[in-house]
Write a protein that binds this ligand. Structure first.
Ligand SMILES: [Zn+2]
Ligand SMILES: [Zn+2]
Length: 368
């Protein structure tokens, strides 16, 4: 085993001298333990390998799942944790064999940084469903055996195969949330054929939901928002919704029974899935992209009558993520964001939990 010491020179087996360039120390915000507030620290980024790019991170979005993982809501996490899987930045160094990118390119990194690359799903570009499990951008173990650290930091080193290009017309700050919230909603909308002539409902108008509304509208679907209250109705209509209903009003479920071809639920709190399923047409699908921490119970007659599908969907593959970014550039779609300094991260977490964000916090990483 070679020790990773900066600039250390070692002698190879065929008496070839080579340089181990060493790791880079970068500033980051990390949670030192479960449920602990995030604080400024430093982390080591691996040396830039032949297929790697070094990215100067400019912006990092705050996703609700960052908070779930800091709080161990989805099971045990690795600490210290540097969250962040909505990364937008600029390439500042490329490995010798990198072909997709050059220094100065505007790029993004989403929820995963590697996968087995050999299984059926990896080979067809659905790395998110890799049978060996994809390697998450943070709170995972990389192929080098080291924990992965996410985007709340100054720089990151990522294999070029897991880096996407951010089109020039998309500002980097509003593009950052597309890397998780954008692709997480784009992928099921595409898979279940949202488009002209289709009635699509989006449940919840938060970080994911507001992207789903913009994307479904741009795809040509008739879009309805189902939100707890009518508090954000004006916003929803501005974002592209045709209709807006409150789920707290029982009349909503009477009026809209049997209406939708597709419902995408973006809510990570427990929901009445039976009531939502009653709003589908025959052969309609209810797709869940939010992940409640607790199991849900459901009377299966709600899917049997009407041959309905209750489904889930996780992010999207790398090729599809690129397709989504190109679609967003073509339709001039970015996230609605509130830009914050790094020292506001903990306050932002509290506000996300209180649903007090319109619609995504994005960290200006120059303030780390
Ligand atoms: Zn996310
Ligand atoms: Zn795989």
């Amino acid at each position: 085993m070679l020790e990773k010491v900066p600039g250390r020179k070692v002698t190879g087996p065929a008496s070839t001298d080579w340089e181990i360039p060493g790791m880079t120390t970068v500033a980051a915000y990390a949670a030192p333990a479960a449920k602990a507030p995030l604080e400024r620290t430093t982390i080591e980024r691996r040396a830039v390998g032949p297929h790697d790019v070094l990215i100067d991170i400019k912006y990092a979005g705050i996703c609700h799942s960052d908070i779930h993982q800091v709080n161990e809501g989805w099971g045990e996490s690795i600490f210290p944790m540097v969250p962040g899987h909505e990364i937008a930045g600029v390439v500042s160094e490329v490995g010798a064999e990198v072909t997709k990118f050059k220094v100065g390119d505007r790029v993004g990194v989403g929820c995963m940084v590697d996968s087995c690359r050999e299984c059926e799903y990896c080979l067809r570009g659905e790395e998110q469903y890799c049978v060996k499990g994809n390697i998450p951008t943070y709170n995972g173990i990389g192929k080098d055996g080291q924990p992965t650290y996410g985007g709340y930091s100054e720089k990151v080193v990522v294999d070029e195969a897991f880096v996407v290009r951010i089109p020039d017309s998309l500002p980097l700050d509003v593009a950052a949330p597309l890397l998780c919230a954008g692709i997480t909603t784009y992928s099921p909308l595409k898979h279940w054929n949202a488009g002209p002539g289709k009635k699509v409902a989006i449940v919840g108008l938060g970080g994911l939901g507001h992207m789903a509304v913009k994307l479904a509208h741009a795809m040509g679907a008739e879009v309805t928002v189902l939100s707890q209250s009518l508090r954000k109705k004006d916003d929803g209509l501005k974002l592209g919704a045709d209709h807006y209903h409150a789920t707290s009003d029982p009349k909503t479920f009477e009026e809209l029974a049997g209406t939708f071809d597709l419902i995408v639920s973006t809510v990570s709190a427990p929901m009445d899935f039976g009531a939502l399923l009653s709003l589908l047409r025959v052969d309609g699908a209810l797709v869940n992209v939010g992940a409640p921490e607790e199991p849900v119970s459901l009377n299966l007659f709600s899917v049997i009558g009407g041959r309905k599908t209750l489904a889930g969907s996780a992010i999207g593959g790398i090729a599809e993520t690129q397709e989504m970014l190109d679609f967003c550039a073509e339709h001039n779609i970015g996230a609605e964001i509130e830009l914050i300094r790094a020292d506001q991260i903990n306050e932002a977490y509290d506000r996300v939990l209180a649903s007090d964000v319109r619609y995504r916090f994005v960290i200006d990483t120059s303030t780390i």
